[in-house]
Design a protein around this ligand. Sequence first.
Ligand SMILES: [Zn+2]
Length: 234
Amino acid sequence: MYYGYGFGYDPTIILVLIGALISGLASLNVRGTFNKYSKIRNYRGYTANQVAEQILHAAGIYDVRIERIRGNLTDHYSPNEKVLRLSDATYGQTSVAAIGVAAHECGHAIQHQEGYAPLKLRAASVPLANIGSWISWPVILIGLLIGYTPLAQLGVFLFTFVVAFQLITLPVEFDASARALRILDQDNILEGDEHKGATKVLKAAALTYVAALFSTILQLLRLVLLVNGRSRRD
Ligand SMILES: [Zn+2]
């Protein structure tokens, strides 16, 4: 058995650092883009919650509540509660950034109403993704510590649930933004440069999901290298 296993000498940590850097840059980018377009108010003077209500009603959705939630970019749609929550940076705001985010969350509510398949698949995969993220590392560590590679490999397999979850999140997010931008255009809520601004905000937000997936794939690669490297030494 090889006892020299130590995190201090683990070169694969570089993969995790690259992932963290990419996620950090994507997060900075979305905040910067949101801040830029949160200074541009829409010509018609709609607030984001007004727009959200309008979009929901136009889609025939009357049973979704719109609430205000503390924070910045904490906006989300909760399918279980049928509540669309808009953050302080969005609720009551008239910026094109706020309108874009509110419309995106409406996109999720419409997906829910329509029974959009990727949304259902994503919701169904939450428990597996949670199991994967909670117990993959302990299983891998125990497998490595007791020198039983199949157990460590099981841990790596469990971690693939997290990757799968982030993968299925992409079409859900992209589709919500595509719906939002289509509605904002067709219903003449935003026009011209306003619409371009909202598009940039939603694209920056979509990139954070791509970055998260990429970073998780790098973590998976690291785990594969750790466990396989280990099994070669055994
Ligand atoms: Zn979303």
